[in-house]
Design a binder for this molecule. Structure first.
Ligand SMILES: [Zn+2]
Length: 98
């Protein structure tokens, strides 16, 4: 999926913090990192601001979102198109962590 299409689908806002330009610069984030087997399909790509993307680093979204309730809630609400197994991983990691 092309970068501009990802941004347009997400209304030009970060799916984690909700911010958009001009406050923040947008990037494309892999929910499941490429080096962990994530691909460039529409269900694995989300719009993230530079700050959230940098903070998340090489972590899968479920690990980064585990202790970040507002960002996790926003992600689940704003990215219904993310592959179900990845959304389940996000919910499951938070549940197991308590
Ligand atoms: Zn953000």
């Amino acid at each position: 999926m092309k970068r501009d299409a990802v941004f347009a689908r997400d209304d030009h806002r970060c799916v984690y913090c909700g911010e958009g330009p001009p406050e923040v610069e947008l990037t494309v984030d892999h929910v499941e990192p490429r080096r962990k087997g994530g691909d460039n399909s529409s269900g694995n790509l989300v719009t993230a601001c530079e700050g959230c993307n940098r903070s998340k680093g090489g972590l899968p979204a479920w690990a980064w979102l585990r202790d970040r309730t507002p960002e996790r809630t926003r992600f689940l609400a704003r990215a219904p198109y993310v592959w179900p197994r990845l959304r389940d991983a996000v919910r499951e990691a938070a549940r197991l962590h308590g």
